[in-house]
Ligand binder design. Structure first.
Ligand code: IMP
Length: 206
């Protein structure tokens, strides 16, 4: 059975690993957009779905392949759902370095003295068969947890060392990759997307 080749509209190696782990067994070969020289695109919108659609169309246009984009982030209840769509740029928007470490340090600063630590990860996935696909497939997933006081664990990426799952008594960075994929916002969204793909005949061009 030949696999469906799809470009992933992201340069984040953490995301590529998580997508490939779930999609490869389903016959979908994920190819990083860097392999096709896809240029970075800005994410100007206030919603995850608009940013994901923009990234998917751009990657499909530049690669000539179907494309999958993920726009995801951390929404913290006590911060009115910040950093949200700005999760990757949270520290940079405050004039600091653009890195996971700086984002985490900035988050802890914003949470100082706040006892409501509730938060959720959200992921919105958009799949387009072609750049101007009139009927993109959209799926979303959420994962609820809390912001920890101190970092724990070395797996995952981004905010994972501080994203604590009370039922497990662990941060996400303490979970094995396959456990994260089973439970995560991205894993949930991907399984919804796979169901939709299976019933939508994705190889047919619009
Ligand atoms: P995007 O690449 O614009 O979608 O930004 C996603 C950002 O949200 C990442 O850079 C992380 O900061 C954060 N994020 C999304 N999903 C996760 C996750 O699974 N673990 C940790 N951080 C995440």
């Amino acid at each position: 059975m030949s696999s469906l080749r799809v470009v992933l509209a992201s340069d984040n190696p953490g995301k590529l690993a998580e997508f490939s782990a779930i999609l490869q067994p389903a016959g979908v070969e994920m190819l990083p957009q860097g392999q096709f020289g896809v240029t970075p695109v800005d994410e100007p919108h206030a919603t995850f779905v608009e940013n994901a659609l923009r990234k998917a169309r751009h990657a499909s246009r530049q690669s000539g392949l179907p494309a999958l984009a993920d726009d995801s982030g951390l929404c913290v209840s006590a911060l009115n759902d910040a950093p949200g769509v700005y999760s990757a740029r949270y520290a940079a928007l405050a004039g600091k370095e653009k890195s996971d470490a700086a984002n985490n340090a900035h988050l802890l600063e914003q949470m100082a003295g706040i006892s409501n630590r509730r938060a959720r990860y959200v992921a919105v996935l958009v799949f387009v068969r072609s750049p101007d696909d009139p009927l993109p497939i959209i799926a979303q997933g959420e994962w609820h947890g809390e912001i920890a006081i101190a970092a724990r664990g070395g797996n995952g990426f981004g905010y994972d060392p501080y994203f604590y799952i009370p039922e497990l008594g662990k941060t996400v960075a303490e979970l094995a990759p396959d456990q994260k994929n089973k439970l995560s916002h991205r894993g949930k969204a991907l399984r919804v997307l796979l169901d939709s793909l299976a019933s939508a005949n994705p190889t047919a061009q619009s």
